[in-house]
Design a protein. Structure first.
Length: 162
């Protein structure tokens, strides 16, 4: 049985904005660096996944599994205030025997979000990750987060796999 949709479907504003933003990003060519190096934008994940600061660690784990990601930006409903990673869960929640069903994300999140501009060379991202001891960077364009770069993205770059 085929599903017949009306010719004009009203989509929620957030969905329409996301579709428009994605189209705008795809229409543009990747920014080239002054030396022609590969940029962060070419290897970043364009999906920005987040969780509310008051959600439980169990909810965060479900989101990690659902979206197959290793980090989530943490928001307070207005802005990003931190990041939580699988590593944070292991080193903070499990090691301190916190109950994931009742412990809020804010108890384990890292409060600073380290970011890099999308037009930076990928080598600069490697240096920044090493210097800060992190495995995930928020990618920004004009100080707005537009994606995430993880250590697995760097592995794709260095292995030559797209």
């Amino acid at each position: 049985m085929a599903l017949i949709l009306p010719r004009f479907v009203v989509l929620p504003l957030a969905v329409r904005f996301a579709m428009l933003y994605k189209l705008k990003r795809e229409d543009r060519m990747p920014k080239a660096t002054k030396t022609g190096e590969t940029t962060v934008a070419e290897y970043m994940a364009p999906d920005v996944r987040s969780i509310h600061v008051d959600k439980s660690l169990k909810d965060a784990c479900r989101m990690f599994r659902k979206w197959n990601v290793g980090s989530l930006l943490v928001d307070d409903g207005r802005r990003y205030i931190g990041i939580i990673t699988e590593r944070d869960l292991c080193r903070k929640a499990v090691a301190q025997e916190m109950d994931p069903a009742v412990t809020p994300v804010k108890a384990c999140m890292t409060k600073s979000v380290i970011s890099i501009e999308d037009d930076e060379p990928i080598v600069e991202a490697v240096k920044l990750m090493r210097e800060k001891g992190v495995r995930h960077l928020a990618v920004t364009e004009d100080n707005t987060i537009i994606g995430m770069l993880s250590i697995s993205d760097l592995l794709r770059y260095y292995s030559g796999v797209r």
